[in-house]
Design a protein around this ligand. Structure first.
Ligand code: ZN
Ligand code: ZN
Length: 373
């Protein structure tokens, strides 16, 4: 029998067959060629072929690939082995049996599960607000399972080699058949001999016992971009757990925490600060200096600024992700002198008289004063 018969031909359906057509055709054909019931000489081969065709054409993605490339998996070509068959027509609950069998046989995940990529690892780092503003490179040392240097991750000792597993012939999975009154059931399990990798190592690398990875101290430099927010994560590629026998490593995920600043409070890209403004400057207007991230920031105070007014120093906030900066927002704290010398007191009394402040304010004025209006 040719190994590459057209799957549509195998099932006896046209290329535009619906999913239901395909399922129906499969069941019909399966009845005819099932090895337990068919007297066809190569029933077993035909049934395998039928399963293969059905497995591809019943999966929309695989079917699309097959239609386009002539194979279900254009990356790796169609895998040869691993297909089994069961008895979907044992007499009861056809639908249920169907899914039992095909979940097991068609899975093909055993290799992926057992030849794992290394896991991601997570860590936390604390930086200052200044570092968050400028960006910073932070060294970090930690323990991880790293690629074994003795065998470069292959798991084989010097002169040793990686061989196809004799128990599973490299498929990473073993198929066992179980006969029941409902028929023969096929089950697929990960191969124990090779931990489902499909290969065994002879002799194994003594440094890593054939694992291809060992516990090691690792030092990395975590590059933290300017403007990072508290709680954001920086990914250091391939610095997580190394994969088994040369499989891909996981990443190191570093969560960045920003230590609270003494006087600057961040909200988004803006920074907020409280600044004392002498009452005379608040009344007359002027300029004050506010300590910012990179040193003093001059801030203009308009005449008549009230307590709790906000002043804005444009661009003196945190860097934004797409260029530019947020603002520094200054909350005015009008400072009244607590000690006055004689001359100052006389000046203020004169001022008080010229402002005509009433000694007996009206009820309305009292309310206004109380509300700070
Ligand atoms: Zn090794
Ligand atoms: Zn094996």
């Amino acid at each position: 029998m040719p190994a590459t018969r057209d799957y549509y031909e195998v099932l006896g359906v046209p290329r535009e067959a619906t999913d239901a057509d395909i399922k129906k055709a499969f069941r019909g054909r399966a009845r005819d060629v099932h090895p337990d019931t068919s007297d066809h000489d190569d029933a077993e081969e035909l049934f395998k072929e039928l399963n293969e065709a059905y497995e591809v054409l019943s999966d929309p993605q695989k079917r699309a690939n097959y239609d386009r490339f002539g194979t279900a998996d254009p990356q790796s070509g169609f895998p040869g082995g691993g297909y089994g068959y069961g008895d979907p027509f044992g007499g009861a609950g056809v639908g249920d049996l169907f899914s039992v069998i095909f979940d097991g046989v068609m899975g093909g995940n055993a290799r992926q599960q057992a030849r794992p990529e290394g896991h991601d690892m997570s860590a936390q780092i604390v930086i200052t607000l200044e570092e968050a503003a400028s960006g910073v490179s932070k060294p970090m040392a930690y323990a991880r399972s790293a690629t074994c240097e003795s065998c470069s991750g292959s798991g084989a000792a010097e002169g040793g080699s990686v061989k196809t597993c004799p128990s599973c012939q490299g498929s990473g999975q073993v198929v066992s058949a179980r006969r029941t009154i409902l028929g023969t059931f096929q089950s697929v399990a990960a191969c124990d001999t090779c931990a489902a990798t499909g290969t065994v190592i002879e002799p194994p690398c003594p440094a890593c016992s054939g694992q291809g990875r060992v516990q090691a101290r690792e030092s990395v430099s975590v590059e933290i971009p300017a403007g990072i927010r508290d709680g954001q994560t920086v990914r250091v590629s391939d610095k997580g757990e190394a994969g088994l026998r040369g499989a891909a490593s996981g990443d190191l995920l570093v969560t960045v925490r920003i230590r609270p600043h003494d006087f600057l409070h961040r909200e988004g890209d803006d920074l907020h600060a409280r600044a004392g403004v002498p009452m005379t400057v608040a009344a007359l207007g002027g300029e004050i200096e506010v300590p910012g991230l990179d040193g003093p920031v001059p801030v203009r105070v308009p005449a008549g600024s009230q307590n709790d007014a906000t002043l804005v120093a444009k661009g003196a906030g945190m860097p934004k992700g797409r260029g530019g900066h947020g603002d520094l927002i200054v909350h005015v704290n009008v400072v009244v002198p607590t000690r006055l010398n004689k001359a100052q007191r006389e000046l203020l009394e004169q001022l008080n008289e010229t402002l005509g402040t009433s000694k007996h304010p009206s009820p309305l004025e009292r309310v206004r004063d109380w509300l700070g209006m």
